[in-house]
Design a protein around this ligand. Structure first.
Ligand SMILES: C[S@@+](CC[C@H](N)C(=O)[O-])C[C@H]1O[C@@H](n2cnc3c(N)ncnc32)[C@H](O)[C@@H]1O
Length: 197
C-alpha cells in the first residue's frame, strides 16, 4: 500500500481529491462546540483539512484554537483563507500530529483517525492522552463501518472501546443521529478524558 505521508496528502490536496470535505462545519461538532461555554479553552484540531470547525469556533468568539495538518499545500490555503485569525486567536501548524507537543482542554476528531494506517491507532491514542490536559476532552466522530480499501479505514464501536480505554476514560460512544447527510447512520460520536484524573 502507498505510504500515507506528507507527499501523499499534498497530492490529494493539490489534485482536489478531497471527497471527505463537507464544505461546512460538521453538524454534530457544531452542537458539541455550543456546549463549551468558556471561550478561552484551548482547542486542537489535528488533521484539520479545510478547518471549517476551526472557522466556526473563531466566528463564535473562541480565543485559543490550534489546527495542525501534514500537507503544506493545504496549510498554505488555510493561511490565506483564515488570515484574519491566523497568528492571533488561531495557530496554524504544518506538521505531523505524532510529533506535536502541547496541552489542550479539547481535541476534536473528524476523519483524521480514519485517515491513518490501522497500525498507528495505538500511537494515536497514546499521543492524544499526552496532549490532553488533566481534565481535557477528546471528542468527535468515528466511522461505524468498514471500507473496502482505505483511507478511510473504518472500525466498530467495540473495537474503539477496547482501543481508547487503554489510555483514556470513555465518557460517551454512541450512534450519531445528527451526522452530515452522506454520513448519516455510519458514525459514532464519542467523548473521552484523561484516565489519570
Ligand atoms: C481525510 S482528511 C480529513 C480532514 C478534516 N479533518 C475533515 O474532516 O475534513 C485527513 C487530513 O489529515 C491530514 N493528515 C494525515 N496524516 C497526518 C498527520 N500525521 N499529521 C497531521 N495531519 C495529517 C491530511 O493532510 C488531511 O488533511
Amino acid at each position: 500500500m502507498e505510504k500515507l505521508d506528507a507527499a501523499f496528502w499534498d497530492e490529494r490536496w493539490k489534485n482536489k481529491e478531497t471527497g471527505w470535505d463537507l464544505n461546512a462545519v460538521s453538524p454534530p461538532l457544531q452542537a458539541y462546540f455550543e456546549t463549551i461555554k468558556e471561550k478561552d479553552k484551548s482547542i486542537l484540531i489535528p488533521g484539520c483539512g479545510s478547518a471549517y470547525e476551526a472557522e466556526y469556533l473563531l466566528q463564535n468568539g473562541f480565543e485559543n484554537v490550534t489546527v495542525i495538518d501534514i500537507s503544506a499545500a493545504l496549510v498554505q490555503q488555510l493561511l490565506n483563507r483564515l488570515s484574519d485569525y491566523a497568528g492571533k486567536r488561531l495557530t496554524v501548524i504544518c506538521g505531523d500530529f505524532f510529533k506535536h507537543t502541547g496541552k489542550y482542554d479539547y481535541i476534536i476528531e473528524q476523519t483524521f483517525f480514519c485517515a491513518l494506517e490501522k497500525n498507528k491507532r495505538e500511537a494515536y491514542v497514546t499521543k492524544m492522552q499526552s496532549l490532553l490536559k488533566e481534565d481535557g476532552r477528546l471528542a468527535g466522530l468515528l466511522f461505524d463501518k468498514e471500507f473496502e480499501k482505505g483511507p478511510p479505514f473504518g472500525g466498530s464501536k467495540n473495537e474503539y472501546l477496547d482501543l481508547f480505554s487503554t489510555e483514556l476514560e470513555i465518557l460517551k460512544m454512541e450512534v450519531c443521529l445528527t451526522s452530515a447527510k452522506p454520513r448519516l447512520g455510519t458514525e459514532l460520536f464519542f467523548e473521552a478524558t484523561n484516565k489519570t484524573l
